[in-house]
Design a protein around this ligand. Structure first.
Ligand SMILES: [Zn+2]
Length: 202
């Protein structure tokens, strides 16, 4: 299922039909009730567009309603809900009913939903998470492992910045008992998109 259809279905959106025929620039699907494919001047996501000429009624809803870029949200077939950053961890760890799509943001303004268009999830074990224009593949086991490790290290007084860069201060090394293998592990995780996502929501 295409994301814009999932969202419109979940919210029971009364879609606004247009009169133009063509392929949608956001989802790539053909429609005979599209709107002009003209974008607002503040639009920056051109590199994520499909080749097309119109905006289909479903994507029209996502493009014109700023909630999809200014909020974090979860969409399933029966529910659409927005949530706050401090709720993200709990949501990602919950057993989500498929199909679902989940979007997080650091910028609260990018049209990152576009990159999730063909990333609706059909597995609770391995799934995509949108983070602005990034798409992060989250394997559930790894997600749990990373979040646990981060929580443990934060509780020991290591900072998120240190965990993101792998550059631990002497004081932090002492706090983890000068555990060389743990330090190596953290260093290995630097740059891992899922690790960064876990730091963001921890
Ligand atoms: Zn579309």
């Amino acid at each position: 299922m295409i994301l814009s259809r999932l969202v419109c279905r979940a919210r029971r959106v009364q879609i606004q039909v247009g009169t133009l025929k063509g392929n949608c620039i956001f989802c790539g699907q053909y429609t005979d009730c599209g709107h002009p494919g003209k974008l607002k001047t503040n639009f920056t996501g051109y590199s994520y567009l499909q080749s097309g000429e119109v905006i289909c009624p479903y994507c029209y809803e996502l493009y014109n309603n700023e909630e999809y870029r200014k909020k974090m949200w979860l969409a399933t077939e029966h529910e659409f809900k927005t949530f706050k950053r401090n709720e993200a961890k709990e949501i990602l760890l919950s057993s989500l009913p498929v199909p679902f799509a989940v979007y997080l943001t650091k910028t609260w303004k990018k049209q990152g939903w576009i990159t999730l268009m063909d990333k609706v999830n059909y597995s609770p074990k391995i799934f995509f998470v949108g983070l602005d224009y990034d798409v992060v593949l989250a394997e559930r086991q790894r997600l749990i492992k990373y979040l646990d490790l981060i929580q443990d290290l934060l509780e020991q007084g290591v900072t998120k910045k240190e965990l993101a860069t792998g550059q631990l201060r002497v004081r932090s090394l002492e706090r983890i008992g000068m555990d060389r293998s743990l330090w190596d592990k953290i260093t290995m995780l630097v740059g891992d998109k899922l690790w960064d996502l876990c730091l963001f929501i921890s």
